[in-house]
Every structure is written in structure tokens, then in C-alpha cells.
Write a protein that binds this ligand. Structure first.
Ligand SMILES: C[S@@+](CC[C@H](N)C(=O)[O-])C[C@H]1O[C@@H](n2cnc3c(N)ncnc32)[C@H](O)[C@@H]1O
Ligand SMILES: *[C@@H]1O[C@H](CO)[C@@H](O)[C@H](O)[C@H]1NC(C)=O
Ligand SMILES: *[C@@H]1O[C@H](CO)[C@@H](O)[C@H](O)[C@H]1NC(C)=O
Ligand SMILES: *[C@@H]1O[C@H](CO)[C@@H](O)[C@H](O)[C@H]1NC(C)=O
Ligand SMILES: *[C@@H]1O[C@H](CO)[C@@H](O)[C@H](O)[C@H]1NC(C)=O
Ligand SMILES: CC(=O)N[C@H]1CO[C@H](CO)[C@@H](O)[C@@H]1O
Length: 855
């Protein structure tokens, strides 16, 4: 019976939470008290401890029942804020994290858009909803000059006491373009203020916004709308979010930062959220923070964020924790109108941009919908054989037909990155890590062999993106960069964004030295408008790569760092560190050879080392990225080379048993190392002209020696607007991408050593080869490298309409290039079209009538 329970034990859940949280409050109290003691300089307002006590009182002790005037939400708000308006800024600095990041991100978007505008229309409106004391508007001056950049700024807040603080602030700053509007956000309409009718301050007598016609008025809408920690405080958030779309200009940006709690389960079937790094909050966190904030009438339920994401397109989104206060989850989200900004094309056709991107992805001709009438295009669609469609197109169509926003890739400023489903196992297997921080292929040799021109359409493996960039220097019509590992593509995106947004000095620090102390702020305020949401999230979570004081920078990250570390470890353990330094300083080949043969080679190339470390399959795969099948190829080559003349042994792994191959591994790997390294020492001065080995040995490039893409001239060329218009970054298997290219459009495919990874003799290799044949033009070329002198699959190419030419072979101490990691290099030229089995009949069940869609 309830009455028997002693009264001191609270039964009401509210008080239970209160007691559970009490200890935390005390803890937070200590943190506040101690941090404020050292930061007394916080502008006006009372001292630290007093601020905290008032904050504490208002947040946790004072009952929020209003003062009985019966004015609903405003009443409650006022009861909460009245006592603490004066100390608001001092107490929130640490509690409301992420506000500067959000401001930096939206400012970067606006500045990027301003740079693209041809007309010098400087009218720019910002509405800060729930702006409180105006702290954000003042903080924006860290990014742009508020009085000059914005023609008018509206601070809309429902709490008169906070509005009063805000008015004083802007009077002090002398910013006359900022107007403080003390009003419920649900009823705020720009038209009431922008038509020059009045300098409306105070309670604007707003008429009810037209219920049926959700149209922007004559004003054209706000270019920027921000909600910083206010969405969670508005009980009736649906109507406020709905009103945003009328408030926002067609090309406007919304910036939101707020607390949230969400489970990954809620998101699992949504493909438009722009990535979910750190988004999941565990069960305890979800329960605790919701209950905790409920005390202050702050609503953390998932629906607030979900509804935003449903009503608008996601440009960028990121999730983080406020670790100072027990890791409260918060998010930063940038959105735009659900209808993609069709600056590429005529607006008003939501499907048009989807079609355009699709055409670019699949190399199919793009037919503008203006060209045909609706009915015509529909009959065309029904009568012609199924077209080849990109996966991005399929994704967009499904989501359009459900009235959902498009995947976030469609809302980016650049359409470089193509949509992919990041939850697929084939992508998550990489565990958020790239393997290659730099590309192990000599771009100078590629350049000489390929001689790309303005009509070339190139498909190449991304790897670290270095070669993609060096192809871009030849300005081919299109480059399709393909990688199954999303993180490799994130790295390429970072490089491309850095060209687009950073001066050479910063570019050099990032990718020449691999370290940059200001990486995070550059990422937010410069690089973010040029990146996809997923790449942005990735780098925001991994700023340590460039910034860590202990870390060795970019070139010691990724899977290949193990190899570099082992070299460093060995050189320290065996005492030849000084020799490596001398080697890198050598000015002549003779000097270099001397140091190598006398000092380093005997130690590093000892057979013992090779047997114990390098020939371990685990080492080869993890550190050097050599898969099992490739290993078998070099083992077979070794057996063939050792065989007695007269009884030749096959050089294909198919000709040997696995046992035979295994037993020769130590020997074979040792030989392979000798054939790789000795010729390199003989033919190029590492410190002068071999950036590939230089970066392995010292973890950074030097001003004297670096890949072409890092030269100031390259930066000049690739930082021009539109330099990467032809770039498409695909996250998928080569097979899948080639399959969706229009037949006969590709002129060059660079597949690196990826053919080595197929099981010897496997049907999969034949399939890939015939798909390459189909996608290539007659005369189109495949460039590949292999760990074998004569790879087994060359014969398969010849059976599938190609001629082959070995353009480099590591025979008799020759180098195939400055890296010399592969035994051979081939160019295969397409000479005939294969009769194509109709391998793929794309289903058009998902096809919907785009014209009738409304988004
Ligand atoms: C946590 S404060 C954030 C203040 C400020 N944006 C900042 O980041 O410091 C939330 C603000 O939302 C305002 N607010 C709550 N409900 C509102 C409503 N319906 N209309 C306008 N403002 C509201 C409150 O008055 C309060 O100033
Ligand atoms: C119509 O199609 C033709 C050929 O595809 C093209 O040259 C022309 O520019 C298109 N017209 C419009 C308005 O898009
Ligand atoms: C959005 O498109 C993706 C990609 O095809 C699809 O997997 C997802 O289910 C779609 N979302 C919804 C809610 O239909
Ligand atoms: C985010 O960063 C943490 C710590 O650096 C790391 O453990 C985690 O794997 C990263 N997550 C992603 C998705 O990159
Ligand atoms: C050969 O080596 C691989 C990997 O080390 C191992 O999985 C396989 O069982 C070995 N085969 C034989 C026949 O020893
Ligand atoms: C990232 C993401 O949400 N992916 C989902 C896309 O949609 C499919 C099908 O609904 C899901 O299986 C994926 O998890």
C-alpha cells in the first residue's frame, strides 16, 4: 500500500530523477566554479560563483510554474530566464557547445555562395530564431563582419528579459542592422518587417501567416535561418519547422545546433541523413539526458531532429559530445530547401538535377526535359529499352517517390561524390580507416604512358587520390575515381576541397608535411562548403591526423603506417637511423649506393628478417596491402625463375600446389625485395627525385622532392574554379561502376594491381574483363601493374578483344618506375567489341513519373 511507504522516498519520477542527478549537479557545480575562477574576464555580469549559483537556482531549484499571468509558454520561459538573464552568457559558454562551429559552417556556405553570385545583390537577411541574448550574432563577427555582410539580422525570441540583454548588446556594438523582435517564433513573418513598413521592435502585431498558401512573400526570404539550442525549447516545434520553409529563400541555408538523443536503430533505413558517425547514443544516455533536460522543459526527443531532416535537404551534419559536462550529445546540422538548388540548370524541376547528375555518372547523353513535352518523355521512357541508371539515381527515385528528401549528396555545392549506402558490409569492413595515405604508383610513368588529352574519359582507382590529381593536371573530359573503401574517397575529397579553398601554404602543410595546427578551423570555415557531409563528418572526427602534437602526421596514418613504423623501429633498434638520414641527403647516385650497400642493405635485407617478418602473410596484408592471391603470384614467379632450364616451371600460380607455393614464400619475398629495392637505389636519388621512398623513410615530403600534385604550379592550375567539374568519385567495386557506364564511352582505365587480387583463373576476372571491354571505346586502353612478370590474366584479356603490350618489366635490374614495387606494367588496347550477353536488365519497377512528383 502506497501510504506505508515512508514519505522521504520519492515516488514521483520527477523527484527520482532529481535525486539521481543531484550528485551530478554537485559535480557540474565544481566544474563551473573552478572554470569560472580562471576566466573572470567574461565581459559584464556578476562573478563566476554567483553566476553559477543563479544558474543553478533557476535550472534546478526554482519551480517553473510561471507567475500566474496565464500567458502559456512565454510565462514559463520568463520564469526560467528572468532570474538568470544577466548571467546567461557566462553560464552558457561551456554548456552550449558547438555554436561557433555552426556559425562557422553557415558563414562558410554563405561566403561560398556569395563568391558564385554574378550579380552584386548584397541584400542578405539572417533570422536567428530563439536568439536569446544575441550572443550568436556577436560571435558571428569571428567569421564575417555582421554590419557589412548582412543587410538585416532579426533576433526572434520570446523571452522579454533576454531580449532586453540583446538590445543592450547591439546598442553597445552599434550594429543598427540587427533588430530584436520579442515574439513567438511560430508567428514571426519576414514580410511584417522587411517591406520597410516599420522598424518593428517589441510585440509585432503579426497577422496569422496564411494557412493555405505556404509561399514566400515579396521579400524573397531569409538567406540564413539559425536555431541555436532553441528548437529543443519550443514545445510546439512542428509549426516552427514548417514555418521555416516559408521564411527561407530558395537558395537559403538553415543552421541548427542543439542537444539530442537518438538510437541508431531509428535511422537505419534512412539514407538521407548525411552519415551517422557518433550519432548513436546508448540506452542509458538516451534515458538519462531526456529525463535530465525535462526538468528544464528542454525536449530532447528524436522527433525534433528527424522532422528537420525530413522537411529539408541535409547539406552537412555532425554529431558530438560536450565532454565537459558528462558528454551531453549535441548535433550541428546544415540544411537547405528539399528541392535541390538547381544552380546547374533551370530551377523548378526537382528531377532535372537528378537526371543531370545521373547522366554525368553513367556517361550517357543528357536530354533536357525542356526539350520534350511531358507526354513525349513518358512515351520515350516506356518504349526504349531500359536505360542504364546509376545507383544514385535509383536511390533518389525511391526517396522522391516516398516524398523523402534526396540523399545528402544531391544537396552539396559540388557534385563530385556519388551517393552510396555506407551501411553495406563491403564498406564498413574497412573500420573507418584508409589503407593508403599516399599512392604507391609512379605518376610520372603514368603520364608518359597515357598522354591524356581533353577528350579522354578516365576511370581509375582512387587509392590516396594522388594519381587522380595528377591525371586532373592533364584536364581530361572526365575522371571516374573508384574505390570500395569510403575512407580513401574521403581523403581524395579532402585534397580536392583543399585545392578549391586553401592557399598553397596551407595545402603544403596538409599534404606536403602531413601536419597542420589549424586543421579543424580550416575544415569548418574553409573546406566544409566543398565537401560531402560524410567526408566532412569523417574529417571532423579525425582532426587528430593533422593536429595531434604527439602524432607524426598524415603519412603515418592508415594501414600503411605499420610498414613505416617497422622501418623506423628497425632503424632505431639496429642503429642505422643516422645512415638513413645520410642516405636522404646523398647528392649523387654513387654516394647513395655507397651508403646503401655498405651500411643499410646488410641489415635490412638480411634473410633472417625476411623470413621472420616480411614473409608473414599477416604483415604483408596489414602493412603493405598485399593480398593472398598476389603473394601466390610472386611465389609462382620465384619457382619459375629457380627452375632448371630444360624443365621450365609454369609462372602461373595455377601450375603449382598451395604447399609448393607456401614453401617458397620466404625465399620468394626476399628475392622480390631485392628486385624492388636494389634497382631503385641504382636509378634515382631518393632525397632528390623519389618522393615515394622519401615519404616512407621520413614521414613527409620535402620542398625539393614531392609528387607533381604538390607543386605550386599544380596548385595554381587545380585551384581554378571548375578545375574538378569532370570529377566523379564512386564508392563501389570497379565492376559495379564499369557496369553502369554507357558502352563505348571510356578511353582509359587504370586498374593498378587490382587484377592480381582475383583468384587465379577465376570466372570473376573474365567477367570484369568483358565489362571493361564493353565500357571502353575501340582503341581504349587499360593500364595495369602486377606482382608477376607475366600475369595469368593477360591471356584472358587477349581472349576478350584486347591486345597486350608489356611496357615495363623488372628484368635484369631494370626499374619499371621509381616505386618499382611491381614486376610488370601492361597496356591492353581494345581492338574489338565483344558480343555482349545482355548481362544487366535494370529493373524499372521503381520508375515513377518524375514530373508529377512534388518535393
Ligand atoms: C537555450 S536558449 C538559446 C539562446 C541562444 N540561441 C544561444 O545559443 O545562446 C533558447 C532560447 O529559445 C527561446 N525560445 C523558446 N521558445 C521560443 C518560442 N516559441 N519563440 C521564440 N523563442 C523561443 C528562449 O527564449 C531562449 O532564449
Ligand atoms: C535539345 O536537345 C538538343 C540535342 O540533344 C540540344 O542540342 C539542345 O540544346 C536541347 N535544347 C534544350 C533547350 O535543352
Ligand atoms: C532512399 O533510397 C535508398 C537508396 O536506394 C533506399 O535504400 C532507402 O530505402 C530509401 N529510403 C526510403 C525511406 O525509402
Ligand atoms: C572517430 O574517432 C575516434 C577517436 O579518434 C575513433 O576511434 C573512431 O573510429 C572514429 N570514428 C570514425 C567513424 O571515424
Ligand atoms: C599456405 O599458407 C596459407 C596462408 O598462410 C594457409 O592458409 C594455407 O593453409 C597454407 N597451405 C598449405 C598447404 O600449407
Ligand atoms: C545509411 C542507410 O541508412 N542505409 C540504409 C539505406 O536503405 C536500406 C534499405 O532500406 C537500408 O538497408 C540501409 O541500411
Amino acid at each position: 500500500m502506497a501510504s506505508l511507504i515512508p514519505n522521504i522516498l520519492p515516488r514521483d519520477p520527477h523527484s527520482q530523477i532529481f535525486i539521481v542527478g543531484a550528485s551530478l549537479v554537485v559535480l557540474i557545480g565544481f566544474i563551473f566554479a573552478s572554470t569560472f575562477r580562471f576566466s573572470k574576464k567574461v565581459d559584464e555580469g556578476p562573478g563566476g560563483l554567483a553566476s553559477f549559483l543563479r544558474f543553478f537556482y533557476a535550472s534546478f531549484l526554482k519551480p517553473h510554474t510561471g507567475d500566474g499571468t496565464g500567458n502559456g509558454q512565454q510565462d514559463a520561459l520568463e520564469s526560467f530566464y528572468k532570474a538568470q538573464a544577466g548571467v546567461y552568457d557566462a553560464t552558457r559558454k561551456r554548456l552550449l557547445r558547438g555554436r561557433e562551429d555552426m556559425l562557422g559552417l553557415v558563414a562558410a556556405q554563405l561566403v561560398h555562395k556569395a563568391g558564385n553570385e554574378r550579380t552584386q545583390d548584397t541584400k542578405r537577411i539572417w533570422v536567428d530564431i530563439g536568439g536569446g541574448t544575441g550572443w550568436n550574432i556577436e560571435a558571428m563577427s569571428g567569421f564575417v563582419s555582421v554590419p557589412e555582410f548582412f543587410s538585416s539580422v532579426y533576433l526572434v525570441d520570446f523571452s522579454p528579459s533576454l531580449c532586453e540583454v540583446a538590445r543592450k548588446r547591439f546598442a553597445r556594438l552599434g550594429w543598427t542592422n540587427v533588430k530584436v523582435v520579442c515574439q513567438d517564433a511560430r508567428t514571426f513573418r519576414l514580410e511584417d518587417h522587411e517591406n520597410g513598413a516599420s522598424d518593428a521592435v517589441g510585440y509585432a502585431a503579426s497577422t496569422n501567416p496564411s494557412y493555405f498558401a505556404e509561399k514566400t512573400g515579396s521579400v524573397g526570404g531569409a538567406d540564413l535561418v539559425t536555431l541555436s539550442y532553441s528548437l529543443s525549447m519550443i514545445p510546439d516545434f512542428y509549426s516552427v519547422i514548417d514555418s521555416l520553409s516559408a521564411l527561407l529563400a530558395p537558395s537559403g541555408t538553415i543552421g541548427v545546433v542543439d542537444f539530442y538523443v537518438q538510437s541508431i536503430v531509428d535511422l537505419s533505413c534512412r539514407n538521407y541523413t548525411g552519415g551517422a558517425i557518433n550519432r548513436h547514443v546508448n540506452w542509458f544516455g538516451r534515458l538519462f539526458w531526456r529525463a535530465w533536460f525535462d526538468v528544464d522543459r528542454v525536449g530532447l526527443e528524436a522527433g525534433r531532429r528527424d522532422y528537420l531532416e525530413y522537411r529539408f535537404g541535409t547539406v552537412l551534419s555532425a554529431d558530438s559530445r560536450n565532454y565537459l559536462l558528462g558528454s551531453i550529445p549535441y548535433y550541428v546540422w546544415l540544411g537547405c530547401s528539399k528541392r535541390p538548388d538547381a544552380s546547374l540548370s533551370t530551377p523548378n524541376y526537382p528531377h532535372e538535377i537528378v537526371e543531370r547528375i545521373d547522366a554525368a555518372v553513367t556517361e550517357s547523353p543528357y536530354l533536357s526535359p525542356i526539350n520534350h513535352t511531358q507526354t513525349l518523355s513518358r512515351t520515350v521512357e516506356r518504349s526504349t529499352p531500359p536505360e542504364i541508371r546509376s545507383k544514385a539515381f535509383d536511390a533518389a527515385i525511391i526517396n522522391l517517390s516516398a516524398n523523402l528528401p534526396l540523399p545528402s549528396f544531391f544537396y552539396q555545392n559540388h557534385h563530385w561524390r556519388i551517393h552510396y549506402d555506407d551501411q553495406l558490409k563491403k564498406h564498413t569492413q574497412f573500420k573507418h580507416e584508409y589503407i593508403y595515405a599516399f599512392t604507391w604508383e609512379d605518376s610520372r610513368v603514368d603520364y608518359r604512358l597515357l598522354k591524356l588529352g581533353p577528350h579522354d574519359v578516365v576511370l581509375a582507382i582512387t587509392s590516396a587520390g594522388d594519381n587522380i590529381l595528377s591525371y586532373a593536371l592533364s584536364s581530361p573530359a572526365r575522371i571516374h575515381a573508384v574505390d570500395l573503401n569510403p575512407n580513401q574517397n574521403h581523403l581524395l575529397e579532402l585534397k580536392v576541397a583543399a585545392y578549391s579553398a586553401l592557399p598553397y601554404a596551407d595545402f603544403w602543410k596538409l599534404f606536403g608535411l602531413g601536419k597542420h595546427p589549424n586543421f579543424r578551423s580550416l575544415l569548418i570555415s574553409r573546406l566544409s562548403p566543398h565537401m560531402s557531409s560524410r567526408a566532412f563528418q569523417y574529417w571532423l572526427n579525425n582532426t587528430d591526423v593533422f593536429m595531434s602534437a604527439r602524432g607524426k602526421g598524415l603519412y603515418e596514418t592508415g594501414g600503411s603506417r605499420h610498414a613505416i613504423r617497422i622501418v623506423r623501429l628497425l632503424s632505431t633498434a639496429l642503429g642505422f637511423r643516422g645512415q638513413i638520414k645520410r642516405l636522404l641527403e646523398a647528392k649523387t647516385l654513387n654516394e647513395q649506393r655507397e651508403i646503401w650497400t655498405k651500411r643499410i642493405r646488410p641489415l635490412i635485407m638480411s634473410r633472417v628478417l625476411s623470413y621472420l617478418v616480411v614473409s608473414q602473410e599477416k604483415f604483408l596484408w596489414a602493412a603493405l596491402g598485399v593480398p593472398h592471391n598476389q603473394l601466390a603470384m610472386l611465389e609462382a614467379d620465384h619457382i619459375a625463375a629457380e627452375s632448371i632450364p630444360g624443365a621450365p616451371s609454369p609462372s602461373s600460380p595455377l601450375g603449382h600446389s598451395e604447399k609448393e607455393l607456401n614453401s617458397s614464400r620466404g625465399q620468394a619475398v626476399w628475392e622480390y625485395m631485392v628486385q624492388t629495392l636494389d634497382p631503385v637505389i641504382e636509378s634515382s636519388i631518393i632525397g632528390e627525385d623519389n618522393p615515394y621512398y622519401l615519404v616512407c623513410l621520413q614521414g613527409a615530403y620535402s620542398q625539393r622532392c614531392h609528387p607533381d600534385y604538390l607543386k605550386p604550379k599544380s596548385h595554381q592550375k587545380l585551384s581554378r574554379p571548375g578545375a574538378f567539374d569532370g570529377l566523379r568519385i564512386h564508392t563501389d567495386e570497379i565492376n559495379e561502376v564499369v557496369n553502369r557506364l554507357t558502352p563505348g564511352t571510356l578511353t582509359v582505365a587504370v586498374v593498378m594491381d587490382s587484377m592480381d587480387w582475383f583468384d587465379p583463373g577465376a570466372e570473376a576476372a573474365n567477367t570484369q574483363i568483358s565489362k571493361l571491354n564493353r565500357a571502353l571505346k575501340l582503341g581504349g586502353r587499360v593500364l595495369l601493374r602486377s606482382a608477376a612478370l607475366t600475369p595469368w590474366y593477360i591471356a584472358a584479356f587477349e581472349e576478350h578483344g584486347f591486345t597486350s603490350k608489356r611496357v615495363g618489366a623488372r628484368i635484369g635490374g631494370a626499374c619499371i618506375d621509381r616505386v618499382n614495387m611491381y614486376a610488370s606494367c601492361y597496356i591492353l588496347t581494345k581492338i574489338e567489341n565483344l558480343a555482349q550477353p545482355t548481362s544487366r536488365t535494370p529493373s524499372r519497377e521503381n520508375s515513377v513519373d518524375l514530373e508529377t512528383l512534388e518535393i
